[in-house]
Write a protein that binds this ligand. Sequence first.
Ligand code: GAP
Length: 515
Amino acid sequence: MATQEETFKKLVSHCKEYGFVFPSSEIYDGLGAVYDYGQNGVELKNNIKRYWWDFMTRLHDNIVGIDAAIFMHPTVWKASGHVDAFNDPLIDNKDSKKRYRADVLIEDQLAKIEEKINKEVEKAAKRFGDSFDETMFRQTNPRVLEHQQHFDALHERYKKAMNDNDLNELKQIILDEEIACPISGTRNWTDVRQFNLMFQTEMGSTADGAMKIYLRPETAQGIFVNYLNVQKTGRMKLPFGIAQIGKAFRNEIVARQFVFRMREFEQMEMQFFIKPGTEMDWFKYWKTQRLAWHKALGLGDNKYRFHDHEKLAHYANAATDIEFEMPFGFKEVEGIHSRTNFDLSQHAKFSGKKIEYFDPETSESYTPYVIETSIGVDRMFLSILCGSYEEQPLEGGDSRVVLHLPAVLAPVKCCVMPLVRKDGLPEKAQEILNSLRFDVKTTYDEKDSIGKRYRRQDAIGTPFCVTVDHDTLVDNTVTVRFRDDMHQERVHINDLRDMILKAVDMSHLLRSLAE
Ligand code: GAP
Protein backbone atom coordinates (compact mmCIF):
# COMPACT_ATOMS: atom_id res chain seq x y z
CA MET A 1 0.00 0.00 0.00
CA ALA A 2 1.26 3.51 -0.88
CA THR A 3 2.28 5.75 2.02
CA GLN A 4 0.50 9.05 2.50
CA GLU A 5 3.60 10.81 1.17
CA GLU A 6 3.64 8.70 -2.00
CA THR A 7 -0.09 9.29 -2.51
CA PHE A 8 0.45 13.05 -2.17
CA LYS A 9 3.24 12.96 -4.78
CA LYS A 10 0.92 11.07 -7.11
CA LEU A 11 -1.81 13.62 -6.51
CA VAL A 12 0.55 16.45 -7.46
CA SER A 13 1.46 14.68 -10.74
CA HIS A 14 -2.21 13.92 -11.33
CA CYS A 15 -3.01 17.63 -11.00
CA LYS A 16 -0.55 18.40 -13.76
CA GLU A 17 -1.43 15.49 -16.03
CA TYR A 18 -5.15 16.29 -15.95
CA GLY A 19 -5.00 20.07 -16.29
CA PHE A 20 -5.67 21.12 -12.70
CA VAL A 21 -2.44 22.84 -11.65
CA PHE A 22 0.78 23.67 -13.52
CA PRO A 23 4.00 25.15 -12.09
CA SER A 24 4.14 28.84 -13.05
CA SER A 25 6.35 29.69 -16.07
CA GLU A 26 7.22 26.03 -16.35
CA ILE A 27 9.14 26.37 -19.63
CA TYR A 28 11.61 28.51 -17.63
CA ASP A 29 11.82 25.83 -14.91
CA GLY A 30 9.08 27.37 -12.80
CA LEU A 31 8.99 30.03 -10.09
CA GLY A 32 9.17 28.96 -6.45
CA ALA A 33 5.78 28.40 -4.84
CA VAL A 34 3.83 30.05 -7.65
CA TYR A 35 1.32 27.97 -9.62
CA ASP A 36 -1.10 28.33 -12.53
CA TYR A 37 -4.50 26.70 -12.63
CA GLY A 38 -5.30 24.71 -15.77
CA GLN A 39 -8.53 24.09 -17.64
CA ASN A 40 -10.01 21.81 -14.97
CA GLY A 41 -8.39 23.54 -12.02
CA VAL A 42 -9.94 26.89 -12.84
CA GLU A 43 -13.43 25.37 -13.05
CA LEU A 44 -13.02 23.66 -9.68
CA LYS A 45 -11.61 26.83 -8.16
CA ASN A 46 -14.45 28.96 -9.56
CA ASN A 47 -16.99 26.52 -8.17
CA ILE A 48 -15.39 26.70 -4.71
CA LYS A 49 -15.52 30.49 -4.88
CA ARG A 50 -19.14 30.46 -6.02
CA TYR A 51 -20.07 28.13 -3.13
CA TRP A 52 -18.43 30.47 -0.62
CA TRP A 53 -19.77 33.68 -2.18
CA ASP A 54 -23.35 32.46 -2.39
CA PHE A 55 -23.22 31.07 1.14
CA MET A 56 -22.05 34.42 2.47
CA THR A 57 -24.03 36.89 0.39
CA ARG A 58 -27.22 34.93 -0.32
CA LEU A 59 -27.79 32.98 2.89
CA HIS A 60 -27.02 35.98 5.08
CA ASP A 61 -29.17 39.05 4.43
CA ASN A 62 -26.72 41.24 6.29
CA ILE A 63 -23.61 40.34 4.27
CA VAL A 64 -22.62 42.18 1.10
CA GLY A 65 -19.57 41.84 -1.12
CA ILE A 66 -16.87 44.16 -2.42
CA ASP A 67 -13.87 43.87 -4.72
CA ALA A 68 -11.10 46.18 -3.50
CA ALA A 69 -7.86 46.91 -5.36
CA ILE A 70 -4.71 44.95 -4.60
CA PHE A 71 -2.65 48.15 -4.38
CA MET A 72 -3.48 50.24 -1.34
CA HIS A 73 -2.09 53.38 0.22
CA PRO A 74 1.11 52.35 2.03
CA THR A 75 -0.11 53.84 5.32
CA VAL A 76 -2.77 51.10 5.40
CA TRP A 77 -0.01 48.60 6.16
CA LYS A 78 1.61 50.83 8.76
CA ALA A 79 -1.76 51.21 10.50
CA SER A 80 -2.58 47.50 10.31
CA GLY A 81 0.74 46.58 11.91
CA HIS A 82 2.01 44.65 8.90
CA VAL A 83 5.01 46.92 8.25
CA ASP A 84 6.29 46.40 11.78
CA ALA A 85 5.02 43.00 12.76
CA PHE A 86 4.23 40.80 9.73
CA ASN A 87 7.45 38.87 10.14
CA ASP A 88 8.74 35.33 10.24
CA PRO A 89 11.90 34.40 12.16
CA LEU A 90 14.46 33.21 9.63
CA ILE A 91 17.83 31.48 10.00
CA ASP A 92 20.47 30.59 7.40
CA ASN A 93 22.77 27.62 7.29
CA LYS A 94 26.23 29.03 6.55
CA ASP A 95 27.38 25.95 4.64
CA SER A 96 24.44 25.20 2.38
CA LYS A 97 23.40 28.91 2.25
CA LYS A 98 19.85 27.64 2.61
CA ARG A 99 17.30 29.75 4.44
CA TYR A 100 14.79 28.31 6.90
CA ARG A 101 12.06 29.49 9.21
CA ALA A 102 13.39 28.99 12.72
CA ASP A 103 9.91 28.18 14.05
CA VAL A 104 9.39 25.55 11.33
CA LEU A 105 12.72 23.86 12.15
CA ILE A 106 11.62 23.56 15.78
CA GLU A 107 8.10 22.43 14.86
CA ASP A 108 9.61 19.74 12.63
CA GLN A 109 11.74 18.63 15.57
CA LEU A 110 8.60 18.39 17.73
CA ALA A 111 6.92 16.33 15.01
CA LYS A 112 9.91 13.97 14.94
CA ILE A 113 9.61 13.33 18.68
CA GLU A 114 5.89 12.70 18.29
CA GLU A 115 6.66 10.25 15.49
CA LYS A 116 9.06 8.35 17.78
CA ILE A 117 6.29 8.02 20.37
CA ASN A 118 3.82 6.83 17.75
CA LYS A 119 6.30 4.24 16.45
CA GLU A 120 6.74 2.81 19.97
CA VAL A 121 2.95 2.61 20.30
CA GLU A 122 2.56 0.94 16.90
CA LYS A 123 5.26 -1.63 17.70
CA ALA A 124 3.67 -2.48 21.03
CA ALA A 125 0.19 -2.70 19.48
CA LYS A 126 1.51 -5.30 17.05
CA ARG A 127 3.28 -7.22 19.83
CA PHE A 128 0.33 -7.35 22.22
CA GLY A 129 -2.49 -7.69 19.71
CA ASP A 130 -6.05 -7.43 21.05
CA SER A 131 -4.98 -7.17 24.68
CA PHE A 132 -3.10 -3.89 24.01
CA ASP A 133 -4.11 -0.99 26.24
CA GLU A 134 -2.78 2.13 24.49
CA THR A 135 -3.57 4.60 27.28
CA MET A 136 -1.82 2.45 29.87
CA PHE A 137 1.15 1.94 27.56
CA ARG A 138 1.54 5.69 26.96
CA GLN A 139 1.37 6.34 30.70
CA THR A 140 3.88 3.70 31.78
CA ASN A 141 6.34 2.76 29.04
CA PRO A 142 9.72 4.28 30.02
CA ARG A 143 10.80 5.08 26.45
CA VAL A 144 7.49 6.76 25.64
CA LEU A 145 7.63 8.72 28.89
CA GLU A 146 11.15 9.90 28.12
CA HIS A 147 10.14 11.11 24.65
CA GLN A 148 6.99 12.72 26.06
CA GLN A 149 8.96 14.65 28.67
CA HIS A 150 11.34 15.84 25.97
CA PHE A 151 8.39 16.91 23.82
CA ASP A 152 6.62 18.79 26.62
CA ALA A 153 9.75 20.64 27.73
CA LEU A 154 10.64 21.64 24.18
CA HIS A 155 7.09 22.67 23.38
CA GLU A 156 6.91 24.88 26.46
CA ARG A 157 10.26 26.50 25.73
CA TYR A 158 9.34 27.10 22.08
CA LYS A 159 5.94 28.58 22.93
CA LYS A 160 7.52 31.01 25.38
CA ALA A 161 10.23 32.06 22.91
CA MET A 162 7.61 32.75 20.23
CA ASN A 163 5.35 34.66 22.61
CA ASP A 164 8.26 36.77 23.84
CA ASN A 165 9.60 37.24 20.29
CA ASP A 166 12.91 36.04 21.71
CA LEU A 167 15.06 35.41 18.63
CA ASN A 168 18.20 34.48 20.64
CA GLU A 169 16.25 31.82 22.49
CA LEU A 170 14.92 30.39 19.20
CA LYS A 171 18.52 30.01 17.98
CA GLN A 172 19.56 28.48 21.30
CA ILE A 173 16.76 25.90 21.01
CA ILE A 174 17.98 24.96 17.53
CA LEU A 175 21.52 24.54 18.88
CA ASP A 176 20.47 22.65 22.01
CA GLU A 177 18.28 20.29 19.99
CA GLU A 178 21.23 19.74 17.61
CA ILE A 179 19.02 20.46 14.62
CA ALA A 180 21.06 20.10 11.43
CA CYS A 181 20.47 21.56 7.96
CA PRO A 182 18.87 18.82 5.81
CA ILE A 183 21.07 19.88 2.86
CA SER A 184 24.56 20.30 4.35
CA GLY A 185 23.99 18.18 7.46
CA THR A 186 25.84 20.82 9.55
CA ARG A 187 24.75 22.90 12.55
CA ASN A 188 26.57 26.00 11.38
CA TRP A 189 23.70 28.50 11.81
CA THR A 190 23.49 32.30 11.57
CA ASP A 191 21.58 34.27 14.19
CA VAL A 192 17.78 34.32 13.87
CA ARG A 193 16.44 37.50 12.21
CA GLN A 194 12.98 38.84 11.55
CA PHE A 195 11.96 38.84 7.89
CA ASN A 196 9.00 40.89 6.65
CA LEU A 197 6.75 38.86 4.36
CA MET A 198 5.31 41.72 2.31
CA PHE A 199 6.35 42.17 -1.33
CA GLN A 200 7.25 45.75 -2.20
CA THR A 201 7.07 47.62 -5.46
CA GLU A 202 7.02 51.23 -6.60
CA MET A 203 4.18 53.32 -7.97
CA GLY A 204 4.99 56.36 -10.13
CA SER A 205 7.17 57.06 -13.13
CA THR A 206 10.35 58.63 -11.76
CA ALA A 207 12.69 57.08 -9.25
CA ASP A 208 12.57 60.21 -7.00
CA GLY A 209 8.83 60.67 -7.10
CA ALA A 210 7.94 57.00 -6.84
CA MET A 211 6.03 55.82 -3.83
CA LYS A 212 6.87 52.52 -2.16
CA ILE A 213 3.79 50.34 -2.08
CA TYR A 214 3.05 46.76 -1.07
CA LEU A 215 1.23 43.86 -2.64
CA ARG A 216 -1.50 43.16 -0.09
CA PRO A 217 -0.65 40.24 2.24
CA GLU A 218 -4.35 39.83 3.16
CA THR A 219 -7.57 41.02 1.53
CA ALA A 220 -9.06 42.05 4.89
CA GLN A 221 -7.62 45.56 4.91
CA GLY A 222 -9.51 46.39 1.70
CA ILE A 223 -12.67 45.66 3.69
CA PHE A 224 -11.68 47.69 6.74
CA VAL A 225 -10.88 50.82 4.74
CA ASN A 226 -14.24 50.50 2.97
CA TYR A 227 -16.25 49.95 6.15
CA LEU A 228 -17.68 53.49 6.14
CA ASN A 229 -18.39 53.48 2.39
CA VAL A 230 -20.38 50.26 2.57
CA GLN A 231 -22.10 51.07 5.84
CA LYS A 232 -23.28 54.46 4.60
CA THR A 233 -24.16 53.64 0.97
CA GLY A 234 -25.79 50.34 1.91
CA ARG A 235 -27.45 51.84 5.00
CA MET A 236 -26.19 48.81 6.86
CA LYS A 237 -27.13 48.21 10.46
CA LEU A 238 -24.92 46.32 12.89
CA PRO A 239 -24.35 43.40 12.87
CA PHE A 240 -23.38 43.23 9.19
CA GLY A 241 -20.64 41.68 7.13
CA ILE A 242 -18.51 42.50 4.09
CA ALA A 243 -17.20 39.62 2.00
CA GLN A 244 -14.40 39.66 -0.52
CA ILE A 245 -12.47 37.21 -2.70
CA GLY A 246 -9.08 38.20 -4.05
CA LYS A 247 -5.38 37.63 -4.46
CA ALA A 248 -2.92 38.04 -1.61
CA PHE A 249 0.86 37.87 -1.67
CA ARG A 250 3.41 36.75 0.91
CA ASN A 251 7.12 36.27 0.43
CA GLU A 252 7.06 32.97 2.31
CA ILE A 253 10.50 31.77 3.38
CA VAL A 254 9.52 28.14 3.43
CA ALA A 255 7.08 27.48 0.64
CA ARG A 256 6.16 23.85 0.38
CA GLN A 257 3.46 21.22 0.04
CA PHE A 258 2.34 22.33 -3.40
CA VAL A 259 -0.50 24.89 -3.31
CA PHE A 260 -0.70 24.71 0.49
CA ARG A 261 1.83 27.50 1.00
CA MET A 262 2.24 29.78 -1.98
CA ARG A 263 3.73 33.21 -2.56
CA GLU A 264 0.73 34.34 -4.61
CA PHE A 265 -2.58 32.91 -3.44
CA GLU A 266 -6.24 33.74 -3.12
CA GLN A 267 -8.31 34.43 -0.03
CA MET A 268 -12.03 34.51 0.70
CA GLU A 269 -12.49 36.77 3.70
CA MET A 270 -15.49 38.10 5.51
CA GLN A 271 -15.39 40.77 8.20
CA PHE A 272 -18.47 40.75 10.42
CA PHE A 273 -18.96 44.08 12.23
CA ILE A 274 -20.63 43.79 15.63
CA LYS A 275 -21.38 45.63 18.83
CA PRO A 276 -18.50 45.47 21.34
CA GLY A 277 -19.16 42.92 24.05
CA THR A 278 -21.03 40.52 21.72
CA GLU A 279 -17.88 39.12 20.14
CA MET A 280 -17.76 35.77 21.93
CA ASP A 281 -21.32 34.92 20.86
CA TRP A 282 -20.58 35.84 17.26
CA PHE A 283 -17.27 34.01 17.36
CA LYS A 284 -19.17 30.86 18.36
CA TYR A 285 -21.81 31.51 15.70
CA TRP A 286 -19.24 31.79 12.92
CA LYS A 287 -17.35 28.70 14.07
CA THR A 288 -20.58 26.70 13.73
CA GLN A 289 -21.52 28.29 10.41
CA ARG A 290 -18.16 27.73 8.79
CA LEU A 291 -17.73 24.15 9.96
CA ALA A 292 -21.19 23.33 8.61
CA TRP A 293 -20.19 24.87 5.24
CA HIS A 294 -17.18 22.56 5.04
CA LYS A 295 -18.99 19.44 6.22
CA ALA A 296 -21.89 19.90 3.80
CA LEU A 297 -19.52 18.93 0.99
CA GLY A 298 -19.61 15.37 2.26
CA LEU A 299 -15.91 14.57 2.35
CA GLY A 300 -16.31 13.10 5.86
CA ASP A 301 -17.01 14.87 9.15
CA ASN A 302 -13.98 13.22 10.77
CA LYS A 303 -11.67 15.05 8.36
CA TYR A 304 -12.21 18.40 10.11
CA ARG A 305 -11.24 19.71 13.51
CA PHE A 306 -10.82 23.03 15.28
CA HIS A 307 -7.42 24.09 16.50
CA ASP A 308 -7.44 27.02 18.93
CA HIS A 309 -4.48 29.38 18.67
CA GLU A 310 -1.97 29.34 21.52
CA LYS A 311 -0.29 32.51 20.36
CA LEU A 312 -2.83 35.18 19.45
CA ALA A 313 -2.04 37.74 16.75
CA HIS A 314 -1.52 41.28 18.04
CA TYR A 315 -5.09 42.24 17.07
CA ALA A 316 -7.05 39.19 18.28
CA ASN A 317 -8.78 38.21 21.51
CA ALA A 318 -9.79 34.74 20.29
CA ALA A 319 -8.78 32.68 17.27
CA THR A 320 -9.25 29.20 15.93
CA ASP A 321 -8.40 27.31 12.76
CA ILE A 322 -10.52 24.84 10.88
CA GLU A 323 -8.06 22.09 9.99
CA PHE A 324 -8.48 19.44 7.32
CA GLU A 325 -6.77 16.07 7.35
CA MET A 326 -4.31 16.32 4.47
CA PRO A 327 -1.93 13.45 3.63
CA PHE A 328 0.70 15.40 5.60
CA GLY A 329 -1.44 15.72 8.73
CA PHE A 330 -4.25 17.97 9.97
CA LYS A 331 -3.56 21.44 8.49
CA GLU A 332 -5.16 24.87 8.66
CA VAL A 333 -7.55 25.67 5.84
CA GLU A 334 -9.49 28.50 7.43
CA GLY A 335 -8.99 30.92 10.31
CA ILE A 336 -11.76 32.44 12.43
CA HIS A 337 -10.56 35.43 14.40
CA SER A 338 -12.09 37.82 16.88
CA ARG A 339 -10.16 40.93 15.84
CA THR A 340 -11.62 43.37 18.40
CA ASN A 341 -11.77 46.97 17.11
CA PHE A 342 -8.06 46.97 16.43
CA ASP A 343 -8.11 47.54 12.66
CA LEU A 344 -10.85 50.19 12.53
CA SER A 345 -9.28 52.07 15.46
CA GLN A 346 -5.86 51.99 13.84
CA HIS A 347 -7.25 53.29 10.53
CA ALA A 348 -9.10 56.02 12.39
CA LYS A 349 -5.87 56.99 14.14
CA PHE A 350 -3.65 56.97 11.03
CA SER A 351 -6.17 58.58 8.66
CA GLY A 352 -7.54 61.11 11.12
CA LYS A 353 -11.09 60.13 10.06
CA LYS A 354 -13.84 59.19 12.44
CA ILE A 355 -14.62 55.53 11.77
CA GLU A 356 -17.53 54.66 14.03
CA TYR A 357 -21.09 53.41 14.07
CA PHE A 358 -24.02 55.39 15.37
CA ASP A 359 -26.29 52.93 17.11
CA PRO A 360 -29.90 54.15 16.63
CA GLU A 361 -31.12 51.86 19.41
CA THR A 362 -28.86 53.25 22.13
CA SER A 363 -28.05 56.61 20.50
CA GLU A 364 -24.35 56.07 21.11
CA SER A 365 -21.40 55.97 18.73
CA TYR A 366 -18.71 53.34 18.97
CA THR A 367 -16.04 51.55 16.94
CA PRO A 368 -17.46 48.16 15.96
CA TYR A 369 -15.73 44.93 16.88
CA VAL A 370 -15.01 42.41 14.15
CA ILE A 371 -15.23 38.66 13.71
CA GLU A 372 -13.29 37.56 10.66
CA THR A 373 -13.55 34.33 8.70
CA SER A 374 -10.61 33.86 6.36
CA ILE A 375 -10.12 30.91 4.07
CA GLY A 376 -7.50 30.26 1.38
CA VAL A 377 -9.05 29.25 -1.95
CA ASP A 378 -5.95 27.26 -2.85
CA ARG A 379 -5.90 25.38 0.45
CA MET A 380 -9.58 24.64 0.10
CA PHE A 381 -8.87 23.40 -3.45
CA LEU A 382 -6.09 21.15 -2.11
CA SER A 383 -8.24 19.80 0.70
CA ILE A 384 -11.00 18.92 -1.76
CA LEU A 385 -8.56 17.10 -4.03
CA CYS A 386 -6.90 15.26 -1.14
CA GLY A 387 -10.29 14.21 0.20
CA SER A 388 -11.47 13.04 -3.23
CA TYR A 389 -8.46 11.26 -4.74
CA GLU A 390 -8.60 7.48 -4.85
CA GLU A 391 -6.57 4.80 -6.59
CA GLN A 392 -9.17 2.10 -6.79
CA PRO A 393 -8.46 -1.54 -7.57
CA LEU A 394 -11.13 -3.05 -9.81
CA GLU A 395 -12.27 -6.58 -10.49
CA GLY A 396 -10.03 -8.51 -12.88
CA GLY A 397 -6.81 -6.84 -11.69
CA ASP A 398 -7.60 -3.55 -13.37
CA SER A 399 -7.52 -0.23 -11.50
CA ARG A 400 -8.62 3.37 -11.93
CA VAL A 401 -7.81 6.78 -10.46
CA VAL A 402 -11.01 8.52 -9.52
CA LEU A 403 -11.71 11.92 -8.02
CA HIS A 404 -14.82 11.62 -5.86
CA LEU A 405 -15.30 15.40 -6.03
CA PRO A 406 -18.47 16.82 -4.51
CA ALA A 407 -20.66 16.89 -7.64
CA VAL A 408 -21.47 20.60 -7.24
CA LEU A 409 -17.76 21.46 -7.41
CA ALA A 410 -16.72 19.08 -10.21
CA PRO A 411 -15.12 20.97 -13.16
CA VAL A 412 -17.22 19.02 -15.68
CA LYS A 413 -20.63 17.72 -14.67
CA CYS A 414 -21.40 15.55 -17.65
CA CYS A 415 -19.58 14.10 -20.66
CA VAL A 416 -21.59 12.97 -23.66
CA MET A 417 -20.09 10.15 -25.76
CA PRO A 418 -21.27 8.46 -28.94
CA LEU A 419 -20.60 4.73 -28.74
CA VAL A 420 -19.10 4.83 -32.24
CA ARG A 421 -18.09 7.64 -34.57
CA LYS A 422 -20.65 6.85 -37.27
CA ASP A 423 -24.31 6.03 -37.98
CA GLY A 424 -25.49 9.46 -36.81
CA LEU A 425 -24.46 8.82 -33.17
CA PRO A 426 -22.02 11.80 -32.97
CA GLU A 427 -24.78 14.11 -34.24
CA LYS A 428 -27.24 12.78 -31.67
CA ALA A 429 -24.63 13.17 -28.93
CA GLN A 430 -23.99 16.78 -30.00
CA GLU A 431 -27.71 17.42 -29.89
CA ILE A 432 -27.83 16.21 -26.28
CA LEU A 433 -24.75 18.27 -25.41
CA ASN A 434 -26.41 21.35 -26.85
CA SER A 435 -29.49 20.79 -24.72
CA LEU A 436 -27.43 20.50 -21.51
CA ARG A 437 -24.77 23.19 -22.00
CA PHE A 438 -27.01 26.03 -20.77
CA ASP A 439 -27.47 24.42 -17.37
CA VAL A 440 -24.25 22.57 -16.64
CA LYS A 441 -20.67 22.35 -17.88
CA THR A 442 -20.88 19.49 -20.38
CA THR A 443 -18.18 18.12 -22.68
CA TYR A 444 -18.04 15.75 -25.62
CA ASP A 445 -15.63 12.84 -26.18
CA GLU A 446 -15.56 10.41 -29.07
CA LYS A 447 -11.94 9.21 -29.00
CA ASP A 448 -10.82 5.72 -27.85
CA SER A 449 -12.89 2.93 -26.33
CA ILE A 450 -15.77 3.74 -24.00
CA GLY A 451 -13.78 2.23 -21.11
CA LYS A 452 -10.87 4.60 -21.71
CA ARG A 453 -13.23 7.55 -22.01
CA TYR A 454 -14.84 6.64 -18.66
CA ARG A 455 -11.37 6.51 -17.05
CA ARG A 456 -10.52 9.97 -18.38
CA GLN A 457 -13.70 11.39 -16.85
CA ASP A 458 -13.12 9.53 -13.56
CA ALA A 459 -9.68 11.14 -13.38
CA ILE A 460 -11.16 14.64 -13.47
CA GLY A 461 -14.14 13.76 -11.27
CA THR A 462 -17.00 14.03 -13.80
CA PRO A 463 -20.07 12.68 -11.98
CA PHE A 464 -22.04 11.63 -15.10
CA CYS A 465 -21.11 10.05 -18.42
CA VAL A 466 -23.85 9.78 -21.02
CA THR A 467 -23.41 7.22 -23.79
CA VAL A 468 -25.38 7.46 -27.01
CA ASP A 469 -25.86 4.16 -28.87
CA HIS A 470 -27.98 2.83 -31.70
CA ASP A 471 -31.01 2.34 -29.44
CA THR A 472 -30.89 6.06 -28.66
CA LEU A 473 -31.83 6.77 -32.27
CA VAL A 474 -34.88 4.56 -31.89
CA ASP A 475 -36.21 5.31 -28.39
CA ASN A 476 -34.34 8.45 -27.23
CA THR A 477 -32.81 6.70 -24.23
CA VAL A 478 -29.14 6.85 -23.24
CA THR A 479 -26.88 4.99 -20.82
CA VAL A 480 -25.92 7.10 -17.83
CA ARG A 481 -22.83 5.87 -16.03
CA PHE A 482 -22.23 7.07 -12.47
CA ARG A 483 -18.69 7.96 -11.40
CA ASP A 484 -18.52 6.67 -7.81
CA ASP A 485 -20.02 3.19 -8.02
CA MET A 486 -19.80 2.90 -11.83
CA HIS A 487 -23.34 1.60 -12.09
CA GLN A 488 -25.27 2.30 -15.26
CA GLU A 489 -28.88 3.23 -15.89
CA ARG A 490 -30.96 3.65 -18.99
CA VAL A 491 -32.52 7.13 -18.97
CA HIS A 492 -34.79 8.99 -21.39
CA ILE A 493 -33.06 12.08 -22.77
CA ASN A 494 -35.96 14.25 -21.60
CA ASP A 495 -35.12 13.26 -17.98
CA LEU A 496 -31.38 13.87 -18.23
CA ARG A 497 -31.35 17.55 -17.38
CA ASP A 498 -33.36 17.17 -14.16
CA MET A 499 -31.42 14.11 -13.08
CA ILE A 500 -28.09 15.89 -13.46
CA LEU A 501 -29.27 19.17 -11.96
CA LYS A 502 -30.57 17.39 -8.89
CA ALA A 503 -27.05 16.23 -8.13
CA VAL A 504 -24.97 19.20 -9.23
CA ASP A 505 -27.09 22.28 -8.65
CA MET A 506 -25.56 24.44 -5.93
CA SER A 507 -28.97 25.60 -4.73
CA HIS A 508 -29.66 22.16 -3.19
CA LEU A 509 -26.47 22.34 -1.19
CA LEU A 510 -27.16 25.90 -0.07
CA ARG A 511 -30.70 24.95 0.87
CA SER A 512 -29.39 22.16 3.09
CA LEU A 513 -27.28 24.73 4.93
CA ALA A 514 -30.17 27.08 5.47
CA GLU A 515 -32.36 24.38 7.03
N1 GAP B 1 -6.89 38.15 7.35
C1 GAP B 1 -6.42 37.12 8.20
C2 GAP B 1 -5.44 36.27 7.55
O1 GAP B 1 -4.94 36.56 6.48
P1 GAP B 1 -4.12 34.03 7.86
O2 GAP B 1 -4.32 32.92 8.87
O3 GAP B 1 -2.75 34.59 7.74
O4 GAP B 1 -5.17 35.14 8.26
C3 GAP B 1 -5.91 33.09 6.25
O5 GAP B 1 -4.61 33.52 6.45
C4 GAP B 1 -5.97 31.92 5.30
O6 GAP B 1 -5.28 32.23 4.09
C5 GAP B 1 -5.28 30.65 5.83
O7 GAP B 1 -6.12 29.89 6.64
C6 GAP B 1 -4.92 29.94 4.56
O8 GAP B 1 -6.02 29.18 4.09
C7 GAP B 1 -4.66 31.06 3.57
N2 GAP B 1 -3.20 31.30 3.42
C8 GAP B 1 -2.40 32.04 4.21
N3 GAP B 1 -1.14 32.03 3.75
C9 GAP B 1 -1.15 31.26 2.62
C10 GAP B 1 -0.15 30.87 1.68
N4 GAP B 1 1.10 31.30 1.77
N5 GAP B 1 -0.52 30.07 0.65
C11 GAP B 1 -1.80 29.65 0.53
N6 GAP B 1 -2.77 30.00 1.38
C12 GAP B 1 -2.46 30.79 2.42
